[in-house]
Design a binder for this molecule. Structure first.
Ligand code: BGC
Length: 781
């Protein structure tokens, strides 16, 4: 029986490029030192609290490492390069010498190695024995970024010589010689010592002039007795280190604790100035021990985070559970602590995409936050409200009206932050112009779509009136000015855009873009008419900023005349005007390699532009977002048409395919695509995450579990729950928040049961159910 199950499709056979434990759903790590793939592990073992983000580089240095530490929202721009999150001076480093021999996993004999990240509280623990010549030692490193105090990083090392007395030297400090792959964003700094113990670096970014103070304090304990040792200071260009030297007898344990605080002039909680705040705070926390500070941080994780977002999967093995825990951990560790910021496509987990945010936020990440911690979702949308300034400027620069959101967003008030040039073309050898910034315009519909979803899920009227409606109306106004009249065809059209399929750089009437624009204009018109009838106060307030009657007339007229490509005779929605006339090729060989952009070994972008090959869920995503508008036949036919033509060269693609496949009853395909989603970062491809994790892909893991298998969807204005779990799972349990009520849902193969802490209405199989507070309803499947 057991063997049979293993053969069955639907059993998780996920292969991870990192170790996991069968009995621990919250641990990822490595059981042997693997110096070849440091960068992958640095991304996977990211630690953060939404303010501070630190890659999981090892304490001691290695050649192929990429140390990165970012402060959310502290963007800087270097000459002609694109704005980016500057890589801060490193505070993680430790150089350890044993009788003059430098600790390195490349030398000596390493045994009993284990390094892991606890996904529940973000602590990294590494332990091993190291033998160098005739000396044997035991090391244990631990560290965390505090969820209880966003400025705080704490790290601890325990060292025990196992076979003889030794002299131990530890050098630890602040190393400002970091760059963003060569670009140094920080000016030479002020480095100094306070009270003979606290080392501090003050610096600022070159262009944006964001000031930083980083302060470190160290404590040493020998056999639990604190040593009163002042450091020997070492100061170099952009570096300040504290050196300690201690004699240890055999079996004596030295404990070394590093406390570090990071403050920036962008902090809203700044009391005096970055330098003083950093020092004062460090003096306070430096009195507490590591365990107590970790306890405080873990408590915040438990009480204000994990309590609010339950996902429990009982399956053949714990890989799916680990994958969804990993995904949620990373989303939460990267969730801005403040409302003026957004989550970059790679969060703060690496330098990829320079910290910029995309449509990834509204279409992929927002649902996780709005269904779990709506306050966080609101923060992300406030960022877009603040971004209206930049978006209006971008629209104006392009000769349009309203607000046009940037394809790549950095500071909310910036207009477009996308770089202009990319890699060299493999055929011509010339650098390729990146057109997304000017041409990938659907983001302006996606932002409005996200706001609407949030309003439906939360019923947050205050946000709607203060900010939400204005965002949607400004987006609608943009579309009304962006569409162009085609005299011959007697209709409005949208020409020359890039849709989600970025292989097509000059698409006309791209289905995704046209539907989004059409929906957005209709939504704008509905809001105006609704406010006019029901909320004159808000109407008048908005009317002072936007001429609502004029906008209303233009939205009604233009949305009615905008061409939205309907399904053709074969029920297929043309991806754009030309796609269906392009040559078809078989792309199986590129799909099999599971490596992104393999197709570019054979074709350049100009060639792909003229082939029926699609980069990621495009028409299929459209069908998923607007599923109520299409029949099952249209969904089936488009799946059959586009799925074989999609390379999944974007991490955004798998989750949409998984959810749609589950909806269509293609359960094995859904499960395969779910596994693909889980493996984007955790999988065996050791190059996939070196520049950082794929935040939208991670959100996609949660989406497949809760929106796909758990069946949670917004159907018009209602909550719909239509679950179907993979056949080898025993059950799925999850919670969501719907219009301020918390729902707990348990799904098995035969039934699902649901209980809520307030009165809730939901739809299942087209029937409306009304749930009373604390009543448990069980529905047969
Ligand atoms: C995808 C975009 C996405 C971006 C950032 C690209 O590869 O095609 O849709 O927004 O990555 O994740």
């Amino acid at each position: 029986m057991f063997k049979q199950i293993i053969q069955t499709k639907g059993v998780s056979k996920m292969l991870f490029g990192i170790d996991t434990r069968n009995d621990d759903d919250w641990w990822i790590g490595v059981k042997a030192p693997d110096i070849r793939h440091l960068s992958k592990y640095e991304s996977l073992m990211f630690q953060g609290n939404g303010y501070l983000g630190i890659r999981g580089a090892l304490e001691e240095r290695y050649l192929n490492e990429k140390r990165d530490m970012f402060v959310m929202g502290s963007f800087d721009k270097f000459q002609d390069e694109a704005t980016e999150l500057p890589n801060l001076p490193d505070i993680v480093n430790m150089e350890i010498q044993v009788d003059g021999k430098l600790l390195s996993l490349n030398h000596g004999i390493v045994t009993n190695y284990s390094r892991g990240l606890n996904l529940k509280n973000g602590e990294i623990v590494r332990s091993f024995d190291w033998q160098i010549e005739d000396i044997k030692l035991h090391f244990k490193f631990r560290r965390f970024v505090s969820m209880a105090d966003c400025h705080l990083f704490v790290s601890k090392v325990e060292v025990t010589p196992l076979n003889r007395n030794i002299r131990l030297q530890i050098k630890s400090g602040i190393d400002g010689q970091q760059t963003n792959f060569g670009t140094q964003h920080f000016v030479e700094s002020t480095k100094r010592l306070f009270n003979a113990r606290f080392v501090q670096m003050q610096t600022h970014t070159q262009q944006s002039q964001v000031k930083f103070a980083l302060t470190e304090y160290h404590r040493l304990f020998l056999d639990e007795e604190e040593l009163s040792l002042n450091p020997h200071l070492e100061i170099n260009r952009r570096q300040i280190f504290a050196n300690y030297s201690v004699d240890l007898v055999k079996n004596q344990e030295l404990v070394f604790i590093k406390y570090a605080t990071v403050f920036s002039s962008t902090d809203k909680d700044l009391q005096k100035n970055v330098s003083e705040d950093s020092l004062i705070e460090l003096k306070q926390v430096g009195r507490m021990d590591y365990q107590e500070l970790l306890r405080q941080s873990s408590q915040v994780w438990d009480e204000t985070i994990w309590n609010d977002c339950l996902v429990e999967i009982s399956a053949h093995n714990n890989k799916p559970q680990i994958a969804v825990n990993f995904a949620r951990y990373q989303l939460l560790a990267n969730m801005p602590h403040d409302f003026g910021m957004n989550i970059g496509a790679k969060g703060m987990t690496g330098e990829g995409y320079k910290g910029h945010a995309f449509w990834d936020t509204e279409i992929f990440m927002l649902p996780f936050f709005m269904f779990n911690i709506p306050q966080f979702a609101q923060n992300l949308l406030i960022y877009r409200y603040l971004g209206l300034i930049g978006a209006k400027r971008k629209a104006h620069q392009g000769g349009y009206q309203g607000a046009q959101y940037p394809w790549e967003a950095a500071m909310p008030t910036d207009a477009e932050s996308a770089p202009l040039w990319g890699n060299a073309d493999i055929i011509t050898g010339e650098p390729m112009k990146i057109l997304s910034g000017s041409t990938e315009q659907h983001v302006t519909g996606d932002v409005a779509f996200g706001v609407t979803q949030y309003l439906k899920a939360t019923n947050d009227q205050t946000f709607a009136k203060r900010m939400g409606y204005e965002i949607i109306l400004q987006c609608a106004k943009f579309w009304a000015s962006r569409i162009t009249w085609n005299n011959e065809k007697n209709r409005y059209e949208i020409t020359d855009v890039i849709g989600p399929d970025e292989y097509k750089e000059h698409a006309s009437n791209d289905a995704f873009t046209n539907y989004m624009a059409h929906w957005c204009m209709k939504q704008g018109a509905e809001i105006i008419s609704d406010l006019r009838q029901n909320d004159l106060r808000t109407y008048e307030k908005l009317n002072k900023k936007i001429n609502l009657e004029k906008l209303f007339r233009s939205l009604i007229l233009k949305s009615a005349m905008l061409y939205v490509p309907a399904p053709n005779a074969d029920s297929v929605i043309p991806q754009d005007d030309d796609y269906l006339s392009y040559k078809k090729i078989n792309i199986d060989k590129y799909k099999k390699t599971n490596k992104n952009f393999d197709i570019f070994k054979d074709f350049d972008l100009k060639q792909l532009d003229k082939l029926q090959v699609t980069k990621q869920a495009d028409v299929l995503l459209l069908l998923l977002l607007f599923e109520d508008d299409f029949s099952k036949e249209v969904l089936d036919k488009n799946w059959d048409y586009y799925e074989p033509k999609t390379t999944h060269d974007s991490s955004l693609s798998f989750s949409s395919h998984a959810i749609l496949a589950n909806d269509l009853g293609l359960y094995n395909r859904a499960f395969d695509y779910f596994e693909n989603s889980c493996q984007i970062d955790l999988g065996k491809n050791m190059d996939s995450s070196i520049m950082g994790l794929h935040m939208a892909g991670l959100a996609g893991v949660w989406k497949v579990v809760v929106e796909g298998f758990g069946g949670v969807r917004i159907d018009h204005d209602n909550l719909r729950i239509q679950p179907h779990i993979p056949k080898t799972w025993n059950y799925l349990r999850y919670s969501i928040i719907w219009q301020t009520k918390k729902l707990n849902i348990l799904v098995t193969h035969r039934h699902f049961s649901i209980v809520a802490d307030g009165r809730v209405k939901f739809i299942h199989q087209k029937r409306i159910y009304q749930l009373e507070p604390d009543e448990r309803l069980t529905i047969e499947l």
